[in-house]
Design a protein around this ligand. Structure first.
Ligand code: ZN
Length: 155
């Protein structure tokens, strides 16, 4: 060790590794980071395509003042609401795999999300909204097509 090295801030082996992030924390962080990026890109692609089809909508808009839910795309006049659900957070049957650590925690969290999605659908349909839900893994072109069909139907 040279005199300029500062062991207290370096990677020196500490006696107790109290400061080291636990594997669980690390897993959680990676899962969250990995999915955040993946969730937004497909949504943007869908928005672009829908816009190119001449449809105008609001983005991340609150659907109704007393519902604490925002839509990814909202067609207020046609009463069509679109959610592009991330495969991980919304428990896509094809892509959601609970992490090996904290399995129970994640599984029940995702289950709660799914339940909430179902309640949101019910509440909106009761109020006369057409609710469209897609997975982020679905091809953006077919999603955009389905949105256009639903929106034009109400025209
Ligand atoms: Zn998926």
């Amino acid at each position: 060790m040279t005199p300029t090295e500062r062991p207290e801030t370096g990677k020196a082996r500490s006696i107790g590794s109290m400061d080291a992030p636990s594997p669980n924390r690390e897993t959680v962080r990676k899962v969250m980071q990995g999915n955040r990026g993946r969730d937004t890109k497909p949504e943007l692609a869908v928005r672009r395509l829908v816009h190119a089809r001449g449809l105008r909508y609001r983005v991340n808009a609150r659907i109704e003042p007393d519902l604490r839910r925002t839509a990814d795309l909202l067609f207020t006049r046609r009463r069509v609401v679109v959610f592009v659900d991330g495969c991980y957070w919304h428990g896509c049957p094809e892509h959601f795999r609970p992490p090996k650590s904290n399995t129970e925690f994640w599984t029940s969290k995702i289950d709660r999300n799914k339940e909430r999605d179902g309640q949101t659908n019910d509440a909106l349909r009761r109020r006369g909204w057409t609710v469209l839900r897609f997975w982020t893994h679905e091809p953006a072109t077919s999603v955009a097509e389905a949105i256009e069909t639903a929106v034009r139907k109400g025209a």
